[in-house]
Structure formats: C-alpha cells, structure tokens
Ligand binder design. Structure first.
Ligand SMILES: Nc1nc2c(ncn2[C@@H]2O[C@H](COP(=O)(O)OP(=O)(O)OP(=O)(O)O)[C@@H](O)[C@H]2O)c(=O)[nH]1
Length: 541
C-alpha cells in the first residue's frame, strides 16, 4: 500500500494509473482514457461503496455528526466504523445504536480500538471493510455508504491514500470525501499548538486535508469570532467548503456522495440500488439527496444547464479550483502575511512577530531582512495558487509533482535520479532550491505539500485534465475538450459573476497547493519549467 506510517519506510509516490512505459503526452492521454474506460466498466459491475472520512480534533463534534447522520432521513444504508482509543468505545457506539432505531437505515458499527487508523490498525481497518463489504461477505450488498470516524489525534493523510488506492478491495469501496469537524471555540489554539521539530500538528493536517470543513459550535461564537476563525481556516485550506454548524447539523447533500476522489468512476456509476424491489421510499430519498446536492452545487457555481457528466465534472472541477485559487490569492493580499489570516487575534500575533523580527534585525540579530520571506508564515500550513498559460509537458509535470510529494530525504534522493532520467531533473528542483538558499546563508525548509488540486492544459491534447494529489499519491484524469468546457464555462461565468463569484477563465493550467514552506515564486518558476515552450527554449539555447 502506498501510505506513510511511523513504522514503514516511506513509499514511492505512485500515480493511481501509472504509465510504466512513459509514453508521449498524446499516447499518455489515450492510455489514461482506456484505463478510465475499463475501470468505469468495472465500477458499473461492482458499484463501489462511497466512504466519507470524518476527522476533527478532540471534542470537536465528530460523534455528534455521526449520530446526526445516521438519524437523518437520507436513504443510505450506512456502516459506521469508529476508531477510538481507550475503553469507552463500546459505550459510545452502544449509545448511538440505541438512538438510531427509528429513522436510521441499518447502521452497522465496527469498532477499531487500541490503535490509530493512521498507523497501527490500517490493516485491521482494511479487514473490517473487507468483512463488511467484500465479495462473499454476509454483509456484501447490504450497505451503500460507509462513514469512518477517526480519533481526534489522527492524521488523515495515510488512511486517505490507503482508501484512494485500495486494490485489495477491488473497488468494493471508494473514498468519497474527507470532512473535518472543528471546534469553533478552540480551533485557533489547537492550530497553534507546537509540535517537536516544528512539525505540522494534527489539527492543521486535518484542516489541510479536508474537502469539507464543518465550523462547529457556532452557537458559542460571536459573529466576529466566527468570521475570524473562518479566515484562519480559509488561509490554511482555500479548496475546502467551510460550513458553519451547531451540533454538527448540516445539509447532508453537501456532505455525502461528493465524489471528490473517484473522478474516473463518476461518469459511469449507476444510481445506488434500492434496498429491495418496490422500496419506493428508499429510492425516492436517494434521488432527492442526489438531486438536492446537484442543484445546490450547480447553483453555487453558476452551472445552470443540465450537462452530461463528462462536461459537468470538469466544469465543476474548474469552478472549484478557480474558487480555491481566488480565495488563496485574495487571502494573501488581505494582510501583510503570506498566510492571509483574517483573524484579528492572529494578525495581532503576527504584528508582534514582525516587530520582534524587525527588532532582532535592527539589533543585529538574525531577523527579517528587507524583502526576505517571513519564516513563521512560511512554516504555517497554507494554500497557494499557481497558474500558467503555456501548455504543460505531461511527463515534466509528473516529475515535478513527484518531486514535491516525496518529502522524505531518502525518497527524494531516489526520485531525483529517476526523474532526472524521465523529465530533465525537475523533480530535484525543490531540493536544489533549498540547497541554493542554504549556500546563500538563508534558512529555507523543503516544501511539504499535503494536497494539490488543479486543471491542466496539456501539450498535444485538446482536453482539460483534472489533477489532484493527496499526500504521496496523485491522479490525472482527462476531462472534456477545452472548447466544450469554455462554451459552458462562459455561461457559468456569467451566472457566477451575477452571483458575485469569481469564475474560471481561459485555457490555463491552474493549481492550488496546500502545505508548508511553500515558496510561491519558486514553485511558479518550477511549474513554468514544465511547459513545452520552456523546453523549446532550452533546445534552441
Ligand atoms: N455547545 C455545543 N456543544 C457541542 C456542539 N457539538 C458538539 N457539542 C458537544 O461537544 C462535546 C464533544 O462532542 P463529540 O461529538 O463527542 O466530539 P468528538 O469530536 O466526537 O470528540 P472525541 O471523540 O473526544 O474526539 C459533547 O458534549 C457534545 O454534546 C455544538 O455545536 N455546540
């Protein structure tokens, strides 16, 4: 499995659909399309069960959310997997089970005690899912949704990549989305908690890796406090939807069945089967949930017409990535900080920090030099946006991404050699940047990329390519033709503009990156080096 853990060596980054023969971009696209086609066909047969991962710091409201979901009328037959430390797991799940009686649809509870999903019980977790859903299991076909509640101290990255790629399950399950529940009252403090060696803490990782953030305990926050916390969360992760909640009560159409990680399958997936023939109430509830979700999403993004999934999906991707990029860019401009935090308390803290740095500087100590990037902000988990108009060479782009998401020094070294052979040494660029900075006497840490999302303009292909990376994995899926996309995006842009939102524009590669030590200028330069024009320039130089 391609995941990170304390007790395993860091694996190589693996494209979900690897091109072992490194074909030219045009061939690569066709290869991907063929692979997507065969996977999609399998999806129709096996109908993989969507899994939503629920993360969040201790006491944020995860169990409250699970309890709320299983008691709502949503039409899904849900299996719930709890990953709790200590002896109270039985009590908690028994309590929830007793409550579910009336309206929940056969929730099944599986307890994973005495271990953490992010390390020691990954195997147990996979076994639990196989037991529940795998072929031949007595439960096979009985559930059409899985919720996994992690411990408050879990880093969701490893389990995300485990779920995203789990071949052992033969697509019995598919990661649908990651929800982070945050305690609005305490999240600012939790995000600030220091970890040895300056590592990102769990609260930061949970927010950074989420597709949806529930800003919970709104009943305990003033409007100003809520706005401040929202700004802080947005600065870390501009790509996630932030939904304010009290007692984790949320419109489930915004939470479930988002399809954030199964782009290849969405086009071909059939509607969820009814519980039993003639169970009209069940089927109607499923339809209603899906319809609501689609309408809300489309209304939010200005996508008004009913489009085929092959167009709608990349159009949605375009809207999501553009909105995330706009939020990241707007955030950066909103204050003196790179993180763009709008939390007044945080700004105050950062003002102090700047003053300290400047005082240190004027007193001759190592501090903030003119034009020097601020290290404290650099160390914060944040979102940055990149864009480039020139078409990308896919292999160069791959080499760059692989270099970024392998942050382990040994893996980076292996990768440097491999990528130098494959794509002209781009993979080593980040490391070389660090070395150059060190030689110049600057203290620069290696970029730690947790999540990437983008739409790619690939040289030799007329199709917009959807791209995302989580932790040590990435995937690139060809979507609709740019022309078709633009035709619909123009309508969407007009609607979005009318709604006061920023819409996507032009045949552009646009990327958002979430992580730490992200040097915007350096990463922009590295992305530009992946362009065909850059390589042509090299050839003629
Ligand atoms: N006031 C208020 N209390 C809440 C809200 N959501 C949850 N709580 C309470 O917060 C406490 C913790 O909620 P849980 O749902 O157990 O949180 P958790 O994230 O599962 O906690 P751990 O399992 O310990 O990590 C409980 O007492 C909840 O009743 C909310 O929106 N407002």
């Amino acid at each position: 499995m391609n995941t990170l853990s304390d007790d395993e060596d860091l694996p190589l980054a693996v494209p979900l659909c690897p091109d072992s023969e490194k074909p030219a971009p045009e061939t690569a696209a066709s290869h991907k399309e063929a692979a997507a086609q065969s996977q999609s066909t399998a999806a129709v047969r096996h109908a993989p069960v969507p899994v939503t991962l629920i993360t969040g710091y201790l006491g944020a409201g995860k169990t409250t959310l699970v309890r709320y979901i299983v008691n709502e009328r949503h039409g899904f037959r849900i299996a719930v997997i709890l990953n709790e430390y200590g002896g109270e797991t039985g009590l908690e799940s028994a309590f929830v089970q007793n409550e579910q009686g009336g309206r929940a649809d056969v929730p099944q509870w599986v307890e994973l005690a005495n271990g953490c999903l992010c390390c020691s019980v990954k195997a147990e977790f996979v076994q639990a899912l196989e037991g529940l859903l795998g072929t031949g299991s007595e439960h096979a076909g009985k559930f059409d949704y899985v919720l996994v509640e992690t411990t408050g101290l879990a880093n969701p990255g490893p389990i995300m990549s485990e779920l995203w790629t789990d071949e052992e399950l033969e697509a019995a399950v598919v990661l649908d989305g990651v929800v982070a529940v945050v305690d609005g009252r305490n999240v600012a403090r939790q995000l600030d908690e220091a970890r040895p060696g300056g590592a990102a803490n769990e609260a930061q990782l949970q927010v950074a890796l989420a597709d949806v953030i529930l800003l919970n305990k709104m009943d305990l926050l003033s409007e100003d406090q809520a706005a401040a916390v929202t700004g802080q969360l947005r600065a870390i992760n501009s790509a996630a939807a932030i939904i304010p909640t009290s007692h984790s009560k949320v419109d489930l159409a915004r939470l479930l069945n988002r399809g954030a990680y199964h782009l290849r399958l969405l086009e071909q997936m059939q509607p969820l089967p009814a519980t039993a023939a003639g169970d009209e109430a069940y089927a109607a509830a499923v339809d209603q949930t899906k319809q609501q979700q689609q309408q809300q999403q489309q209304a939010a993004d200005g996508i008004t017409s009913a489009l085929p999934p092959a167009v709608q999906q990349p159009l949605q991707w375009l809207a999501d990535v553009s909105a995330a990029a706009a939020a990241a860019t707007g955030g950066t401009a909103s204050s003196c900080t790179a993180s763009g935090c709008s939390n007044p308390a945080h700004q105050h803290h950062e003002q102090q920090h700047h003053q300290q740095q400047q005082q240190q500087h004027s007193s001759g100590q190592a501090g903030l030099g003119p034009g020097e990037p601020c290290r404290a902000h650099d160390a914060a988990v944040r979102t940055i946006a990149l864009r480039v108009a020139q078409p990308l060479l896919l292999e160069r782009f791959r080499a760059w991404v692989e270099g970024l998401i392998w942050d382990h020094p040994a893996a980076a070294k292996d990768h440097k050699a491999a990528a130098a052979a494959a794509g002209g040494g781009l993979a080593a660029a980040a490391e070389d940047g660090v070395t150059a900075a060190a030689a110049a006497g600057r203290e620069v840490a290696r970029a730690e990329v947790l999540r990437m999302k983008g739409l790619l303009n690939v040289a030799g292909s007329s199709r917009a390519h959807m791209f995302q990376a989580v932790y040590d994995l990435y995937d690139i899926v060809p979507g609709a033709d740019w022309q078709v996309l633009h035709k619909h995006a123009a309508a969407a842009a007009a609607a979005a503009a009318a709604a006061g939102q920023q819409a996507g524009d032009g045949v552009l590669t646009r990327l958002v990156l979430i992580g730490r030590h992200l040097d915007q200028q350096q990463l922009q330069q590295q992305l530009e080096q992946c362009c065909a024009a850059c390589v042509d320039g090299e050839a003629t130089a």
